[in-house]
Ligand binder design. Structure first.
Ligand SMILES: CC(C)(COP(=O)(O)OP(=O)(O)OC[C@H]1O[C@@H](n2cnc3c(N)ncnc32)[C@H](O)[C@@H]1OP(=O)(O)O)[C@@H](O)C(=O)NCCC(=O)NCCS
Length: 252
């Protein structure tokens, strides 16, 4: 998996899924720039964070999301308008577009995914975090996933747990239902070396969705899920602490 540094988004074709990684801990000046792109409602949401660090990360995450979407659809970042699904998944309504997106953040790291005409979901988790993964797997993973985990060696299990978790999250986020989808209503691959794949769905066809791994950095693990299997992931990274808009003006 190779992250390609780019100054502005390449063309997004119907069979492309672009995944970007970004850092959220940036200079105060960049936080101010991002804040200026947010709506009153988004700024109010930012104001509800207790800790400044969390508030600033939220602001920068929204800023990054708006910057990239703006570059993809060719409208100014501050003019984009979103609507929210019944479980909170945002989608772009102004301007009208077939560009879809999803984002995920974990601490100071973020992933953003973009596609055209297909649902996408992305997830990032910090693998160094303290989590009672055995208890979480026992409680939330589907029976086939628990069976695979039990067959792995002790040294393989922690990584397999995070692979499973992020693949499950990415799928549930692609559907727009999030955890309300039901964690035991579907199963994903998780054994080391097995391709990322949706293996089983209690209802529907698992062939209707594609999964791929995302390796953001040494401390995080991620996954991307998109509707259909006729797509290719492309991993992109922008110069840090520089807006996409600025970068575009540099490249002309
Ligand atoms: C919101 C949800 C979809 C993801 O929450 P999360 O993992 O805490 O957060 P992430 O950083 O991955 O994603 C958050 C972003 O997803 C988007 N989002 C919100 N609701 C969404 C939904 N229903 N579907 C898809 N995306 C959604 C938003 O852009 C949100 O960004 P914001 O918080 O800046 O507004 C939540 O419903 C969920 O699935 N939580 C899972 C928690 C869990 O216990 N998982 C166990 C897996 S084994």
């Amino acid at each position: 998996m190779t992250w390609t540094p780019v100054l502005s988004p390449p063309a997004l074709g119907p069979s492309d899924v672009h995944i970007w990684r970004s850092r959220l801990d940036v200079h105060a000046e960049e936080v101010r720039r991002c804040r200026a792109l947010l709506t009153t409602e988004e700024n109010e949401r930012a104001g509800r964070f207790v800790f400044e660090e969390h508030r600033d990360r939220f602001i920068v995450a929204r800023g990054r999301m708006r910057d990239l979407l703006a570059a993809y659809v060719g409208s100014p970042a501050a003019t984009l308008q979103f609507a929210y699904g019944s479980h909170g998944k945002p989608r772009l309504i102004v301007p009208a577009t077939d560009t879809t997106f999803n984002v995920s953040h974990s601490g100071g790291s973020m992933l953003l995914a973009f596609a055209r005409g297909r649902h996408v979901g992305v997830d990032i988790e910090r693998t160094t975090r303290t989590v009672d993964w055995e208890a979480v797997a026992a409680r939330f993973f589907a029976a086939p996933e628990r069976a695979v985990l039990a067959r792995l060696s002790t040294s393989e299990r922690r990584a397999a747990f995070f692979r499973c978790w992020t693949r499950k999250e990415a799928f549930m986020k692609a559907t727009g239902q999030g955890v309300t989808y039901g964690l035991t209503s579907f199963a994903v691959s998780l054994a080391p070396g097995d391709p990322a794949e949706l293996l089983w769905l209690a209802e529907g066809d698992p062939q209707g969705w594609g999964l791929a791994d995302v390796e953001p950095d040494a401390e995080h693990c991620g996954a991307i899920c998109a509707q259909g299997r006729d797509w290719q992931p492309r991993y992109l990274v922008a110069p840090e602490a520089r807006s996409i808009t600025e970068a575009r003006s540099i490249t002309g």
